[in-house]
Write a protein that binds this ligand. Sequence first.
Ligand SMILES: O=C(O)CCC(=O)C(=O)O
Ligand SMILES: [Fe+2]
Length: 351
Amino acid sequence: MAGVSHLPPEVLLSKRVQEMVINGEEPPAPYICRHVDATPEVSAALSPVPIIDLSLFSSSTPETKQKELQKLRSALSSWGCFQAIGHGMSTSFLDNIRQAAKEYFEQPMEEKKKQAKGVEEFEGYGADPVPAEGQFLDWSDRLFLDVYPEDRRKLRFWPERPESFRGLLEEYSLKIKMVTEITSKAMAKSLNLEENCFLTQFGERAQYQARFNYYARCHRPDLVLGLKPHSDGTGYTIILQDEDGLQVLKDEQWFTVPKISEALLVLMGDQMEIMTNGIFKSPVHRVVTSSEKERISVIVFYTPEVNKEIRPEDGLINEERPRLFKNVKDYADIHMEFYNRGQRALHTAIV
Ligand SMILES: O=C(O)CCC(=O)C(=O)O
Ligand SMILES: [Fe+2]
């Protein structure tokens, strides 16, 4: 096949990874990671990512509730993420979401290109905007959609096919809203804070953005990543996966997050680290590629409302733990600038 490795990133990013795979092309040079990562990897079977049962926060004895809150606090202080079960969504409903995403990506390119985004835009079907020079590209395609506040939706990017897509996304987002409410309250209680404090910081016009990721098979999983290492600029992020592939960095090891059919991964972003004055960790994570299986994930980014200042909770600042972070506004934008250069942005918020 004709090689494409001489093409610059902005040209490559106007093509889809899925197209390259269908055409039998080798990963072009900009997709090849240029450093050798010697960090050990822990397989899904051996990764003890904590599991939290959200249903125990509403219907259980005070002792059981307290125990689960402690588990939550410990999970978020050490891992920065947990697998949520008992969230009120059935496994068959989650499978319907996985299936709709799969059917979307399985459609012919012309169909998906109806939602095509510009190379430098965020919303729509495509890839991340062109990164800074020297950064490698991600072996993935994605569909990115603003979901809430509702008046921010751009329906021209919402697929009409598969037919179930829009309805399922609507239903899923409503349920995710309930999950964020339960989770935000439980996180506050686990830190002995007033239960609505994080919800108030996120604001009434908190943002929910959905991202459907398609990680194509790749001949060279040793050289190519589905998504480069990063932390999220969100408040926190909720991830539904259909295969293993996501890895979280902890204790200098990459832990593969096991796919559990009934679970959603809740992962802290930098803004929760700021609001908890550094108690909850926003973990670095990445997605590896596989030569055997493609992978789909459905992500909801949950971020404080535009233009709203957030700050470390007063109740988490004391003599032993002085204030670590400044008040910040629209941190996700700063995060994006650094992300583009393959860097973290959290240090910009340190006092
Ligand atoms: O696909 C995944 O599992 C993770 C995606 C992710 O980390 C992101 O979109 O920020
Ligand atoms: Fe992420």
